[in-house]
Design a protein around this ligand. Structure first.
Ligand SMILES: [Zn+2]
Ligand SMILES: [Zn+2]
Length: 360
């Protein structure tokens, strides 16, 4: 069978065999009035894909198809889909595929915080079907979570914006980052480098924060005004009380001294966590440090639907272009990006492309 009865994906059969993903066919959830189907043409490889596939976030239903930085063209529209969507439109899908649509946070377009959030993968629909991500031929999603891709954005660069981009942009937007705001971006990886690009485009003075000097050259090329290596002797003293905001983008907290990190903030400055490290990791910080520095710790998870569309338009307007390495999707291609992303061997995001060659 082929589309529309079944979709094809490259999936993981267990955490133990996650580095041997296999192509298979699956049935998506039943088509609803608000659903659209898109034929996928590009998908970014998010750190979440690696966590989910390798079992860092626990077991799920298998085969698991990850991928939530999806770009594709609409091929089918439900009867109640918004009228400005039509077949052939290029749209993007991020980490969220559905929400209840009626609760307080959904009503304020903070759907990313809805208790009935369905993830683009590892989610379960009301008919009991799993959600499947973008390492697949087609994706079916509620129209509220599909976004118009501005003409100017090329698919392979636009894809990583759908999760990594909004994750890095949303905390800047909601903490009032503007011209002259002093923003620290801690962890210059997939999300961190996008947060840096956005902060710069908003006019901020940007401090790239990393554990060594290895990301210095790239960070400065991306537009960072300062580079803080936390392996240097005097970094806390030198930048103490200087920053308005720090977004923590590291994929793990191991080796991060948060008490020292808070010292960099001015009074009432904020440290915001935006990435999801392995479940067993906990934030450890002395309350005494917080009151001594007068600072706040908080979190920000992906972004709401209005913010995602705003971010995409902003990216087009300001020519935001993530640093991307494109790899053709196939069993081998997915194995390669899994291995290399796992070991941090990517500068700074993979985008899977070549879908026409992989699926029929
Ligand atoms: Zn809701
Ligand atoms: Zn993601």
């Amino acid at each position: 069978m082929v589309y529309p009865e079944t979709f094809q994906g490259i999936g993981v059969n267990s955490p133990e065999s996650w580095l041997e993903p296999k192509k298979f066919e699956f049935k998506p959830h039943g088509f609803r009035d608000y659903d659209i189907d898109i034929k996928v043409e590009a998908c970014g490889v998010c750190g979440s894909d690696i966590h989910a596939a390798s079992g860092n976030w626990g077991k799920t239903n298998y085969p698991l198809v990850v991928g939530h930085e999806i770009i594709g063209k609409i091929v089918r529209l439900g009867s109640k889909v918004r009228k400005d969507f039509k077949v052939g439109d290029r749209v993007g899908i991020g980490a969220q595929a559905d929400s209840c649509g009626v609760c307080k946070v959904c009503n304020t377009f903070d759907e990313n915080y809805c208790k009935h959030n369905i993830g683009t993968y590892m989610g379960i629909y009301e008919d009991g079907t799993s959600s499947y991500g973008g390492y697949s031929s087609y994706v079916r999603v509620h129209d509220r979570f599909a976004f118009k891709i501005p003409e100017k954005l090329e698919s392979k660069y636009a894809a990583p914006l759908l999760c990594g981009g909004i994750t890095g942009f949303s905390p800047l937007l909601h903490n009032g980052v503007t011209k002259g705001t002093k923003v620290g971006v801690s962890g210059i990886g997939g999300i961190g480098h996008m947060s840096l690009l956005f902060a710069k485009a908003l006019g901020a003075e940007v401090y790239a924060i990393s554990r060594s000097d290895s990301k210095k050259e790239d960070s400065l090329k991306m537009g960072a005004d300062h580079y803080i290596s936390t392996s240097s002797d005097d970094w806390v003293e030198k930048y103490s009380g200087e920053l308005d905001l720090i977004v923590n983008c590291g994929s793990s907290l191991t080796g991060t001294n948060l008490d020292q990190m808070l010292e960099l903030l001015r009074p009432r400055g904020k440290l915001v966590f935006i990435t999801a490290p392995p479940m067993e990791e906990k934030v450890t910080v002395a309350p005494f440090t917080m009151l001594k520095t007068g600072t706040f710790i908080g979190g920000s998870g992906i972004g709401g639907s209005k913010d995602i569309q705003f971010m995409l338009n902003f990216a087009a307007e300001h020519d935001i272009k993530p640093w991307v390495e494109a790899v053709d999707i196939s069993e081998e291609g997915v194995t390669e990006v899994f291995k290399r992303a796992y070991s941090g061997d990517v500068r700074y995001r993979f985008t899977l492309v070549g879908y026409d060659k992989a699926f029929n």
